[in-house]
Structures are given as structure tokens and as C-alpha cells.
Design a protein around this ligand. Structure first.
Ligand code: PHE
Length: 363
């Protein structure tokens, strides 16, 4: 039998010379595999007499263990080398400024949605969603706008063809159906906002067939108009970043709120520009009111126990006001020059703490 010491040195030297994991594995198979040299020696043990077994047995076992250790050690070293090489070649250049990335920008509508969401979530609202292809029931009936109600005409609704049951779906004309979906799906109290796309058959400098609203709904015990007023004023102050913003509530009518109001914001028109927080002019920014008792009953809430307020805000409108964008239709014209001018940088993340950095135009 070959000198075990020599065998071990030979194999260990081979292992050290093996410069990749495949080579190490080949050595393992050649020595310790089923038909490997060391395995064959183990088999020879069976043919030996007791004396020889006593001498060679432990030595062979020792050899096997040493080789196993050497193989694992070599594998570890090589794996580490592979990893280091990978880490080096895949290193991230953290000095590369993401702000200087010149491709694409955040659309003002996305930015305004993020900012509005940020302000209301800070106040404790959560975000709710509903479908844009909506059932007549949620868009109208449950909101106290029955068939033949004149308010249906005011909405310039896009209707889908009738289905086999004679029902017509609509492209939602406002985000108010999310009020109904919210109240039918959980338990009060509710405090949600629902930003999203809305559709009406209307098109000029201040109307596009698709536009954006954010709905707000608060339902709880003892909610009154003072809560509504505070909430809207607080929002306007934060959104327009002006402390002494002027807000006016004008009596109005919506079938789903009673009493209802339209909210105007104080502004000045100077040299074709709108300046918020100055002057004696007013611009309408939203509709609001206390949720109509009939709506509460439609969603099985007892109006004696629960009350609330709701409002619907035109997101495109407030984006135009905040950043001085003159024509609504440009929002959806996909004109790269416009997008470059009015768009925002990807890292211009809205938050109340970084609000000062949201500037008009990114360049
Ligand atoms: N849904 C109304 C609209 O689109 C706005 C509104 C929402 C009014 C909630 C009152 C309460 O005109």
C-alpha cells in the first residue's frame, strides 16, 4: 500500500494548484468518489488481517478527513475569489448623480396626486380606489341621483352599450362613487381620499374629456361643517404653501350632500398670471358638503348616529393654479418640450418636510 503521507501531500498539492471550483470537484471525485483512489484503499481494508486493519484503519480515516477538510477549505477560498471578482465588476458608482439623469420627467398630474396624497395621509386619511368603468348604481343612484334626475344631464356622461339585463355601465363622471364603495365595504368611521381619473364629454381650454379628481370622505359620530372647513383650509395652506390663503364657501347644490358648497380660493389675475393668496378675485377649486342623509341610508348607516362630509377637488385645476399652467389640454398632448418644462425630477419626492424643494419646472 502506497505511503499514505505521500498520497496526502500529493493530493493537497493538486488541490492548491486547482484554480477553479470544477477542478477541485474533479479531484474530489478522483480521490474520494465511489471509484476514487482513497475509496479503493478503504475497500482494501476488508482484505486485510486484524493486525493490518488496526494499523491502516485509523490512518485511512484520518487521511479521508484531512482531504475532506482540505477540499472544503479550497472550495471556500475559490468561492470567495469568485464573489470578490463579481463584487468588483458589479460595483455601483455611488458618486453618479441620479439628479443629472436627463431622460424623462414626472408629469405634473402625477406630482400633484403625490402631493395631495401626502398632505391628506399626514392628516390621517387613507387612500381608497374604485374602477373607472363604473356601474350606474355607484356613479349615480346610490349618490341620490335617480334615473331622470336633471343632475345626470349635467354630467355629460359617456355610456357603454346596454348589457343583456338592460344595464349600462359608465365611465365614472366623478370620484364620488368611491364614497359608496367605501361605505359598503367596511365599518365606520371612514376617513379616505380617492384620487383618480374621471370622464365627461366636454372639451375646451379648461375642460378635457378625461380629467382628474380627488375625493375625500369622512364619516364618524359628531362630524360637522367646522371639520370640513378646517380640513379644506389646512389642505389649501399646505398645498399652495401660503399661510394666509383665502377660502370662500359659496352655497351650492349636489344631490349627495346637504348642505352643499363650492369652494373658491382667493387670487389675483396679473398680466395673464394667477397669483394665489393675493388680490380680490376668486377661483373655484372644489365641491363639498355634509353627506346627504339619503346617501347614508343607501349604505345602511343611521344618519342619527353617523354624519360626515365629502369633497371633490379638481386635480388638473389645482396643478394649473400652483404651477401657472395656462391650458388644460396641454397636459395630455404629450409634447416633449412641455413635459421638459413643466415636468418634475424623479427624486423631487413630495413630503411635507421637503416641500420647499418642489419648484415650478425641473430645469
Ligand atoms: N362629485 C362632485 C363633482 O364632481 C364634487 C363633490 C364631491 C361635491 C363630494 C360634493 C361632495 O362635481
Amino acid at each position: 500500500m502506497k505511503d499514505l503521507q505521500t498520497l496526502e501531500s500529493e493530493i493537497t498539492a493538486n488541490l492548491l494548484a486547482a484554480d477553479n471550483l470544477d477542478k477541485v470537484e474533479n479531484i474530489r471525485i478522483a480521490e474520494l468518489g465511489k471509484k476514487g483512489r482513497v475509496s479503493m484503499l478503504m475497500r482494501e481494508l476488508g482484505k486485510m488481517n486484524a493486525e493490518e486493519k488496526k494499523e491502516f484503519g485509523p490512518k485511512l480515516n484520518q487521511l479521508k478527513n484531512n482531504l475532506n477538510d482540505a477540499i472544503s477549505a479550497r472550495k471556500n477560498t475559490l468561492e470567495e475569489k469568485v464573489l470578490n471578482r463579481k463584487l468588483q465588476s458589479e460595483s455601483v458608482d455611488i458618486s453618479l448623480s441620479a439628479v443629472s439623469v436627463d431622460n424623462g420627467s414626472i408629469h405634473p398630474i402625477s406630482q400633484v396626486m403625490d402631493e395631495v396624497t401626502e398632505i391628506f395621509t399626514e392628516m390621517g386619511f387613507s387612500v381608497a380606489e374604485g374602477p373607472e368603468i363604473e356601474e350606474d348604481f355607484y356613479n349615480f343612484t346610490a349618490l341620490n341621483i335617480p334615473e331622470e334626475h336633471p343632475a345626470r344631464q349635467m354630467h355629460d356622461t359617456f355610456y357603454f352599450p346596454e348589457d343583456e339585463n338592460g344595464n349600462r355601465k359608465v365611465l365614472r363622471t366623478h370620484t364620488s362613487p368611491v364614497q359608496i364603495r367605501t361605505m359598503l365595504s367596511g365599518e365606520p368611521p371612514y376617513r379616505i381620499i380617492a384620487p383618480g381619473r374621471t370622464y365627461r364629454n366636454d372639451s375646451d381650454a379648461t375642460h378635457t374629456p378625461m380629467f382628474h379628481q380627488v375625493e375625500a370622505l369622512v364619516i364618524d359620530k359628531n362630524i360637522h361643517m367646522g371639520h370640513l372647513k378646517w380640513c379644506i383650509e389646512e389642505f389649501a395652506r399646505k398645498f399652495f404653501e401660503i399661510d394666509n390663503v383665502k377660502i370662500r364657501f359659496r352655497p351650492s347644490y349636489f344631490p349627495f350632500t346637504e348642505p352643499s358648497a363650492e369652494v373658491d380660493i382667493g387670487c389675483a389675475f396679473k398680466d395673464g398670471e394667477v397669483l394665489i393668496g393675493e388680490g380680490d378675485d376668486w377661483l373655484e377649486i372644489m365641491g363639498c358638503g355634509m353627506v346627504n342623509e339619503r346617501v347614508l341610508e343607501n349604505v345602511n348607516l343611521d344618519p342619527k348616529e353617523y354624519q360626515g362630509f365629502a369633497f371633490g377637488l379638481g386635480l388638473d385645476r389645482i396643478a394649473m393654479l400652483k404651477w401657472g399652467i395656462p391650458d388644460l389640454r396641454d397636459f395630455f398632448a404629450a409634447d416633449l418640450r412641455w413635459l421638459k418644462h413643466y415636468g418634475f425630477q424623479a427624486l423631487d419626492i413630495p413630503s411635507l418636510s421637503t416641500r420647499a424643494s418642489t419648484v415650478k419646472g425641473s430645469k
